[in-house]
Design a protein around this ligand. Structure first.
Ligand code: TMP
Length: 202
């Protein structure tokens, strides 16, 4: 069964779209497994608390390995067993975030990142990546209206613009589905649903 990923900059609306898809899968009697990144496992959730805490000091390389550590555990503990069991998997972020936030955002070598990500993934791949494309200034306004910034969000608009470029740079990959995040929520959800349905056995 396929592995679906929701991606985008903070404030893009991915959590809303992901909840809408999960509700639709449940209503269609299509069981699924879902996790968030970083997190999803006991180890990953502890890493999440530390790495998103504004009081944490983390060098870019340390930050990279924190995300990879959480991912490696999620792959072994959750993703591989679920995929081996032929289950639909829906993820709130995956390795595309690392390319965008650490690679483009922190100017780290994309080639080096890809090599490290390959180790963490241990062969697991995304089948469809739903990228909610929203202008960074608009996404920041939305996020600020909702909650305080975490350590990553506190980096501000210039950083978010680089991360956005990271998604633009990846959007040409075959598995990427670019969605206009300013459209009506239901319209976006319908578009996502068509892609999801096309990947599932009837
Ligand atoms: P979120 O789950 O609420 O979107 O928060 C996760 C934050 O961590 C978000 O700002 C994106 C960031 N992040 C990275 O910088 N690199 C990664 O590899 C992942 C998965 C997330």
């Amino acid at each position: 069964m396929p592995l679906f990923v929701f991606e985008g900059i903070d404030g893009c609306g991915k959590s809303t779209q992901m909840s809408m898809l999960l509700e639709r899968l449940a209503n269609a009697d299509r069981p699924y497994k879902t996790w968030r990144e970083p997190g999803g496992t006991a180890l990953g959730e502890r890493i999440r608390d530390i790495i998103l805490d504004p009081s944490t000091q983390a060098a870019p390389t340390a930050e990279l390995f924190a995300y990879l550590l959480a991912r490696a555990q999620l792959v072994q503990e959750c993703l591989k067993p679920a995929l081996a069991n032929n289950e639909i998997v829906v993820l709130d972020r995956f390795y595309q975030s690392t390319i965008a936030y650490q690679g483009y955002g922190l100017d780290m070598s994309i080639g080096d990142l890809e090599a490290a990500i390959t180790i963490a993934l241990d062969g697991v791949k995304a089948d469809k990546v739903f990228w909610l494309n929203v202008d960074p200034a608009e996404a920041q306004r939305r996020r600020q209206a909702e909650r305080e910034a975490d350590r990553i969000e506190a980096r501000g608009l210039a950083y978010l613009e680089k991360v956005h470029e990271g998604y633009v740079g990846q959007s040409y990959q075959e598995e990427f589905i670019t969605l206009d995040g300013t459209k009506d929520k239901q319209e976006i959800n319908d578009e996502i649903w068509q892609h999801v349905i096309s990947c599932l056995p009837s």
